[in-house]
Design a protein around this ligand. Structure first.
Ligand SMILES: C[S@@+](CC[C@H](N)C(=O)[O-])C[C@H]1O[C@@H](n2cnc3c(N)ncnc32)[C@H](O)[C@@H]1O
Length: 191
């Protein structure tokens, strides 16, 4: 089923989470017994299906994407996966316009997979949105192995490198960098 979603992603130039990252997201949602999850970067719905499979059966995924066409394709993916429509709240728009409208302290998990140079701003929003004990996750934390190479200094690499450092040094967070796919940085907000 996700094979079709991945093909749709390729057609529109979206890179979905890897199967390993997807399994890690499903695991985190299950461990948290997640009822409310925010996803930044719907794409064609690959990561959304993984998250929904780990969440409680009545859990709701709020997913944000600036491209209406991507969200349309994601709805096809969710329908193919048998996800009841009331379990997904799709919000079109730029993440930094939409996130301030979401409820403080309400969410169990926030997945950040939108615009990489906005990751620091997503962290600020996620810390506000998460309940105590909730988890924020960033995909592409290794950024094609560029983050660990000090010679690589393009804007995206620098943004992700700064984000990884900020999360590692935060006294509010307990982090782990999982070497699955392109790197999944997860951090638990202290209770
Ligand atoms: C890497 S893809 C997401 C893939 C998806 N998480 C999955 O695994 O199927 C990034 C998505 O973020 C969206 N995006 C880019 N900039 C954004 C922004 N500023 N706000 C919201 N979405 C954005 C793109 O349209 C694209 O669909």
């Amino acid at each position: 089923m996700l094979v079709a979603a991945r093909a749709r992603a390729e057609e529109v130039g979206v890179v979905p989470v890897s199967p390993g990252a997807g399994a890690a997201l499903r695991f985190l949602a299950a461990v948290l017994d997640a009822r409310s999850v925010v996803e930044i970067g719907t794409g064609t719905g690959v990561s959304g299906v993984w998250l929904l499979r780990g969440m409680r059966p009545d859990g709701v995924l709020t997913t944000v994407d600036v491209e209406a066409e991507h969200q349309r394709l994601a709805k096809v993916t969710f329908a193919e996966a048998g996800v009841p429509s009331q379990r997904v709240r799709s919000i079109p728009g730029a993440a930094l316009d939409v996130l301030p409208r979401l409820t403080d302290g309400h969410y169990d998990l926030v997945l950040c997979d939108g615009e990489k140079i906005e990751y620091a701003a997503y962290l600020t929003e996620a810390l506000r949105l998460l309940r105590p004990g909730g988890v924020v996750v960033f995909d592409n934390a290794l950024w094609h192995d560029r983050v660990a190479d000090p010679a690589k200094r393009d804007e995206t690499t620098l943004a992700i490198r700064d984000l990884v450092r900020t999360v590692a040094e935060s006294e509010e967070l307990t982090p782990v960098l999982l070497p699955v796919g392109d790197g999944l940085l997860a951090a638990k907000k202290h209770a």
